[in-house]
Design a protein around this ligand. Structure first.
Ligand code: PGA
Length: 255
């Protein structure tokens, strides 16, 4: 799988709204060409069980926005990777900038999460990206390098269950997306870095995230190194998420 579209619902939607949105997407994904496009929905953890039941027979996959390493333990408020897998979750987000920034998650812990998730059979979407201050200081590539190095060095990754998201922090939820050139440059850099860890980089999705919308999706997806998107705000409405997903269809091989 190289191309893929993902929805990060973050801490939004009441249960009935989440279900209605998922059902609308499930319907849309029932027919070609969308049914040929891998799609992953990351709802609030509370809704995973329900969406897992609803997705039976659909090509859409579901993922958790977070997970704790291991199976059981005295970690009040946490949900383990094993528990997520047990209710039918297929993916987990690791390293989202909101987790790094508001919950103080650093690479050593993120590495543990990745290993644990993969041991439980989950696929991992690992997020990286620089802040505005880091970009202005010319540190973009060194930040991306250390965000990869901290989790990949000497780590036995199952590459077939690993994807990356490049999400410049300054573009998340700001309405200010990276330009196509900035995205292409960062994605090419990340793919080259993946090769240095022995990854089959040409088969690994590198998604762009940060103020993706129907208006900018086609141009970003036209970049050869941009394999899809991780969509926040615009994934909360059926029409806008579908418009973004359809912009990615241009990349699918004609069957
Ligand atoms: P956004 O969020 O599309 O609302 O900028 C993207 C993300 O944080 O994954």
């Amino acid at each position: 799988m190289r191309y893929c579209i993902a929805a990060n619902w973050k801490m939004h939607l009441y249960p009935a709204e989440a279900e209605a949105l998922f059902l609308a997407l499930r319907d849309a994904w029932q027919e070609a060409p969308l049914s040929n496009l891998p799609g992953i929905i990351f709802p609030p953890v509370l809704y995973l069980q329900r969406l897992s039941d609803l997705r039976q027979g659909s090509p859409l996959q579901i993922g958790a926005q977070n997970g704790y390493p291991g199976e059981f333990g005295a970690y009040t408020g946490e949900v383990s990777m094993a528990q997520l897998a047990a209710v039918g979750t297929q993916w987990v987000l690791v390293g989202h900038s909101e987790r790094r920034q508001y919950f103080g998650e650093g690479e050593a812990f993120l590495r543990e999460k990745i290993l644990s998730a993969q041991q439980r059979g989950l696929s991992v979407l690992y997020c990286v990206g620089e802040t505005q201050a880091q970009r202005s200081a010319g540190q973009t590539f060194s930040v991306l390098t250390s965000q990869l190095e901290g989790v990949l060095r000497d780590t036995p990754i199952a590459w077939s269950r690993f994807a990356l998201a490049y999400e410049p922090v300054w573009a998340i939820g700001t309405g200010l997306n990276a330009t196509a050139t900035q995205a292409q440059e960062a994605h090419a850099f990340l793919r080259a870095q993946l090769r240095t860890y022995g990854a089959p980089a040409d088969t690994i999705p590198i998604l762009y995230g940060g103020s993706l919308k129907p208006e900018n999706a086609a141009e970003l997806f036209a970049q050869p190194e941009v394999d899809g998107g991780l969509v926040g705000g615009a994934s909360l409405k059926t029409e806008s998420f579908l418009a973004i997903a359809k912009a990615l269809l241009q990349k699918l091989p004609v069957s």
